[in-house]
Ligand binder design. Structure first.
Ligand SMILES: NC(=O)c1ccc[n+]([C@@H]2O[C@H](COP(=O)([O-])OP(=O)(O)OC[C@H]3O[C@@H](n4cnc5c(N)ncnc54)[C@H](O)[C@@H]3O)[C@@H](O)[C@H]2O)c1
Length: 248
């Protein structure tokens, strides 16, 4: 057993080495702390900045009402070719019809989007005057819809303006975007909650993205019934995305 003197000496040394500022130390003693406080080199706080999320079986049937509440007159619904034939898109479109909401469908989203596929969706969005965007699909659809909304709201911007540096210029988004409602059909990417749109930049064969709070969907409608039609591999792969977020 260690001698009492050695234990006391060790405790004193620990106390001396510890940060004594009020925020970081529970060994703070009035009057002696300030001089020894050092600036922490690691993160010491985090913020949960997320979209509003509505979760529940069948909640996507309410989307027509949400769009009515937003005063939507011309809605851009984005999805991919595969999903356009499946229940999630059918449910959403039925709700729009029931509530008398006018819409146009873009089903050209590429799975694992690229700069070229983003640009195609952007030009669809620019060629009309949509006042609300709805994305029904996995991360590929939601990310594409975010980009379409961004560039349609900034018609003079060059594509690389908002793309993350060093591939793009990483310019801040200053203008207002239209409301975007995301209806995820996979579980894992969390794209319905984030201000991120990821794509492959073909000229450099590199994955990059656009990151801005402005891209964050106004509302995420998470209806677990949509995952029933998910093929096994998509369920497994998108499930792994959750682990990626946990790691991050
Ligand atoms: N923005 C973000 O925060 C974020 C985070 C992680 C990943 N991502 C991106 O998300 C993309 C991947 O998205 P994903 O994994 O959700 O899949 P996905 O959108 O790429 O879709 C994969 C395939 O599954 C099909 N599918 C999707 N839902 C279905 C359903 N309910 N029933 C039947 N078929 C269905 C699609 O038609 C497609 O063929 C990648 O581009 C990745 O980079 C984005």
């Amino acid at each position: 057993m260690a001698a009492r003197d050695r234990v006391v000496h060790l405790l004193r040394q620990l106390e001396r080495a510890a940060c004594r500022c009020p925020a970081h130390s529970n060994t703070f003693h009035q009057g002696v702390g300030a001089a020894t406080c050092t600036v922490r080199k690691t993160d010491y706080a985090f913020e949960m900045a997320s979209s509003n999320i509505r979760y529940g079986e069948g909640v996507s049937r309410e989307i027509g009402m949400d769009l009515q509440n937003l005063g939507a007159r011309n809605v851009c619904v984005m999805t991919d070719k595969n999903l356009s034939r499946l229940p999630p898109v059918k449910t959403v479109l039925e709700s729009l019809v029931t509530n008398g909401v006018q819409y146009k469908v873009y089903d050209g989203v590429r799975v694992e989007p690229t700069d070229t596929s983003f640009k195609d969706a952007i030009s669809f969005a620019k060629n009309d005057s949509f006042d609300v965007f709805v994305a029904v699909g996995g991360g590929s659809v939601i990310d594409t819809c975010k980009a379409a909304n961004l560039y349609a709201s900034h018609p003079d911007a060059d594509f690389l303006d908002f793309v993350n540096a060093p591939i793009g210029k990483g310019k801040p988004v200053t203008g207002a975007l239209k409301p975007l409602i995301a209806v995820p059909t996979t579980a894992g990417t969390g794209s319905e909650t984030t201000g991120v749109a990821i794509f492959d930049f073909e000229p450099l064969k590199a994955k990059t993205g656009i990151a801005s709070r402005a891209l964050r969907p106004t509302l995420g409608i998470v209806d677990p019934t949509h995952t029933l039609s998910m093929p096994e591999r998509v369920a497994a792969n998108s499930g792994f995305d959750v682990l990626w977020w946990v790691k991050d």
